[in-house]
Design a protein around this ligand. Structure first.
Ligand code: HEM
Length: 192
C-alpha cells in the first residue's frame, strides 16, 4: 500500500516537478553561458502560446469542440502546459525589476502544482471506475466506447469536481496577472 502510494503518486509528482526545476536552471545556465540572455526575453511568447494551446483540452471537455480523443488531449494539455511553464520560467530568469510578472509566476507555479494534484486524483478515480469496464463489456459496448465511458466517469467523479473548483480560479488569477504583465510590456514596447 505504502509502496504503491509512493510509486504511483509521490514519485511521478516529484519527478515532473523536479524535472521542471532542473530544466529551468539548465536553460537559464546555458543562455548565460552562450551569451544568449536576450533570447530569454522572447521565450515569454512561445511559453504563453503553448499554455494557450494547452487549453484545447478544456474546449474539448466543454464540448466547444467535439472532435479529438479526450485522453490524448489531456496528455497534450499536461505536456504543453509543462513545456510552456518551462519557457516562461526561463523567460522570468532571475531578474527582479517588477512585482506584477513575479506574482504571475507564483500563480503559474501554484497552477502547475495544482495540475499535478489533479493528475494524481484523476489517476485514482480512473482506477476506481475501472471496475465498471466489465459491466459495460457485458452490455456489449465496443472497446473504444468502453474506454471513453470509463474516462468520462473518472473525470466526473466528485473529487475531480471539487478539485476543479480550485484549479480553475487559480488559473484565472494567473491569466489576469499574466495579462497585466503582457499588456504593459506591449504598451511600453521598446526591446533592444
Ligand atoms: C506574450 C507573452 C510575454 C511577453 C511578450 C513578455 C515580455 C517580457 C519582457 C520584454 C520582459 C522584460 C522586461 C524588462 O526587462 O523590463 C519580461 C520580463 C518578465 N516576464 Fe514576461 N512576457 C510574456 C509572458 C510572461 C508570462 C506568462 C509570465 C509569467 C507567468 C512572465 C513573467 C515575467 C517575469 C517574472 C519577468 C521578469 C520581471 C523582472 O525583471 O522583474 N512573462 N517579459
Amino acid at each position: 500500500m505504502t509502496t504503491s502510494l509512493w510509486r504511483q503518486h509521490i514519485l511521478p509528482f516529484t519527478l515532473v516537478l523536479g524535472l521542471l526545476a532542473a530544466a529551468t536552471l539548465a536553460g537559464d545556465y546555458f543562455l548565460h553561458q552562450l551569451n544568449l540572455v536576450w533570447v530569454g526575453r522572447y521565450l515569454g511568447i512561445p511559453g504563453t502560446l503553448l499554455i494557450m494551446l494547452s487549453l484545447i483540452y478544456s474546449l474539448r471537455k466543454r464540448k466547444v469542440i467535439t472532435s479529438g480523443n479526450p485522453k490524448s488531449l489531456l496528455a497534450f494539455h499536461e505536456f504543453t502546459a509543462w513545456l510552456g511553464s518551462l519557457l516562461v520560467l526561463i523567460h522570468a530568469g532571475i531578474h527582479f525589476n517588477a512585482i506584477l510578472p513575479w506574482l504571475a509566476v507564483v500563480a503559474m507555479g501554484v497552477n502547475v502544482i495544482s495540475g499535478l494534484v489533479g493528475k494524481l486524483l484523476l489517476d485514482r478515480s480512473r482506477r476506481h471506475v475501472q471496475a465498471e469496464r466489465e459491466d459495460f463489456q457485458v452490455r456489449g459496448l465496443s472497446q473504444s466506447e468502453v474506454a471513453q465511458a470509463v474516462f468520462w466517469d473518472a473525470v466526473a467523479l466528485d473529487a475531480m469536481t471539487k478539485w476543479r473548483k480550485v484549479h480553475i480560479p487559480i488559473f484565472m488569477v494567473f491569466v489576469v496577472l499574466a495579462l497585466g504583465h503582457i499588456i504593459s510590456i506591449f504598451l511600453f514596447w521598446g526591446w533592444r
